[in-house]
Design a binder for this molecule. Structure first.
Ligand code: ADP
Ligand code: MG
Length: 380
């Protein structure tokens, strides 16, 4: 249990016993496929080595005790009191227990001590990491035989119905189903998945993930208008969702509104880029990813208009400093960028971006080199 002594000690401190085990689930970045999920389209995330870990053990008194090392908070709840709308960080854990019980699983209480090195609120899905780690813990502790995709769906119920955040399945699917050195293709309509090989290290590549530290503003409103425009466009085009647009030029010719045309063009071309990225992964030669990343960024900047100056500067600097391809990742208006680089170059590109941010008077970014990692499981 090396590296996680602090949560084991804390568990012992509150229960007087050793935990029954340690379970984890990772954060994720989206390699490609932005704002395609609610258009019934395609996404392709991969899991990070950064993860949430819980030291866990059952309780027989019908209560749930939840501790977070980072927040230094201790919450004790009766299972019978679990109800959607609970405030604060502990809802991400309690919501999973609630979702399991709502789904008819006969599970009891637990003590769960959480630690996580997934940055909070940076768009790397610290929330799904917590939920999926708790699902993994509960499945083992209570002997539940739940298929991986259904584990992801349960974690999503916790986020949507209990916490109250209306997100798609991308985060929880990635955190649960991803495999090392691979991405996860997800069809957001059928929920079919395919593990896509991404042997970056073997082929001499690295992936930089850089948090621009831009405070998100107006995100919810902008998200809502984008979504409404897409739904309206699908209605005008007579298709269930923009995923069903097969002839982009013909579709654009039928729409009068210039803004709507640009939104449709982003969604349809982004779906195409995800499918091409899937082909690149299947082909085994990752060089083809780079231009797809950069084209995705241009589409988000010019057609979907969800980038901001810090993010654009980060991508431009990455490319001029030698990145092979780069894009904003996540819903937009700040957050992280990713850049595909030659092995050994990601950190230098991060430093180049930090310099350009300093010159522009922007906040100091944070970055790390990402390796596509394994989804949720048991650590010890
Ligand atoms: P993201 O998933 O993009 O990181 P969210 O807003 O969905 O952002 O989730 C962040 C929330 O998850 C935090 O506000 C907090 O409630 C919870 N959280 C994340 N990490 C921890 C942690 N280590 N301890 C307690 N709560 C955490
Ligand atoms: Mg989240």
């Amino acid at each position: 249990m090396s590296g996680y002594d602090a949560i084991v000690d804390r568990y012992r401190g509150v229960t007087g016993e050793a935990p029954e085990g340690l379970w984890y689930a990772p954060g994720r970045v989206n390699l490609i496929g932005e704002h395609t999920d609610y258009n019934d389209g395609f996404v392709l995330p991969f899991a990070l080595e950064r993860k949430a870990v819980v030291a866990a053990g059952r309780r027989v008194d019908g209560r749930l005790r939840l501790l977070s090392l980072e927040l230094d908070e201790d919450v004790d709840l009766a299972l019978s009191d679990l109800a959607p709308g609970q405030e604060g960080w502990s809802a991400y854990l309690a919501g999973v227990v609630w979702a399991l019980r709502e789904a008819g699983h006969d599970v009891g209480g637990a003590t769960l001590v959480l630690t996580s090195d997934v940055p909070l609120g940076a768009g790397l899905s610290s929330s799904a990491a917590i939920e999926c780690a708790v699902v993994a813990a509960y499945c083992d502790l209570y002997g539940l035989d739940i298929a991986p995709i259904d584990r992801a769906k349960l974690a999503r119920v916790a986020e949507n119905a209990y916490v109250g955040a209306p997100t798609g399945l991308l985060d929880q699917a990635a955190s649960t189903l991803c495999q090392a050195e691979a991405g996860l293709f997800l069809d957001c309509r059928s929920l079919e998945t395919e593990v896509v090989p991404l042997p970056m290290a073997e082929q001499g590549y690295e992936m930089l993930v850089l948090d621009t530290k831009t405070p998100h503003s107006h995100v919810d409103g902008e998200y809502g208008t984008r979504r409404a425009t897409c739904e309206e466009a699908a209605r005008l085009l007579g298709v269930p969702a923009l995923r069903d647009v097969t002839d982009l030029d013909a579709a654009l010719a039928r729409l009068d509104d210039e803004t709507m045309r640009r939104r449709v063009r982003h969604v349809v071309t982004e779906d195409e880029r995800v499918l091409r990225a899937l082909e690149v992964g299947r082909s085994g030669d990752l060089a083809g990813l780079a231009p797809l990343l950069t084209a995705s960024h241009a589409s988000m900047r010019d057609d979907y208009e969800i980038t901001v100056p810090t993010v654009d500067l980060a991508v431009e600097t990455a490319l001029s400093a030698g990145a092979l391809g780069a894009r904003m990742t996540g819903g937009g208006f700040g957050g992280c960028i990713i850049a595909l680089t030659h092995a050994g170059e990601a950190d230098g590109i991060g430093r180049a971006i930090a310099r350009s941010f300093a010159e522009a008077g922007y906040a100091t970014p944070e970055w790390f080199t990402a390796v596509p990692a394994q989804g949720a499981g048991r650590l010890a």
